[in-house]
Design a protein around this ligand. Structure first.
Ligand code: FES
Length: 108
């Protein structure tokens, strides 16, 4: 189990405990976190699941994969530091305490 802190676009902090969700996106959708419609359901086809990983977690979470980078770049024209598609971040016990922010507009 891992607890993830989501900071919503309105600045609200939501601490959410996982219960077997595969990715950070799945947990956010279960909790109805605002700003994360995740329209493609995790198929790496929509880029509507963007989060900004808190700086202290970036090494542990790691950078986006190649296809994920391409998707972000296609959407934003760049790949901002710390930005990940939450459907591509597996929710493991090592990420217990992870903090991510949901951008108020895509990417920022
Ligand atoms: S949910 Fe569509 S790319 Fe992540």
């Amino acid at each position: 189990m891992a607890v993830v802190v989501f900071v919503t676009p309105a600045g609200e902090r939501r601490e959410v405990a996982s219960s077997g969700e595969a990715t950070v996106m799945h947990l956010a959708v279960r909790e109805d976190v605002p700003g994360l419609p995740a329209e493609c359901g995790g198929q790496l086809a929509c880029a509507t699941c963007m989060v900004v990983v808190a700086p202290e977690w970036r090494d542990r979470v790691g950078p986006p994969g190649e296809d994920e980078r391409d998707m972000i770049e296609d959407s934003l024209g760049e790949v901002p530091e710390g930005l990940r598609l939450s459907c591509q971040v597996p929710l493991t016990a090592e990420l217990d305490g992870l903090e991510v922010s949901v951008p108020s507009q895509p990417g920022y």
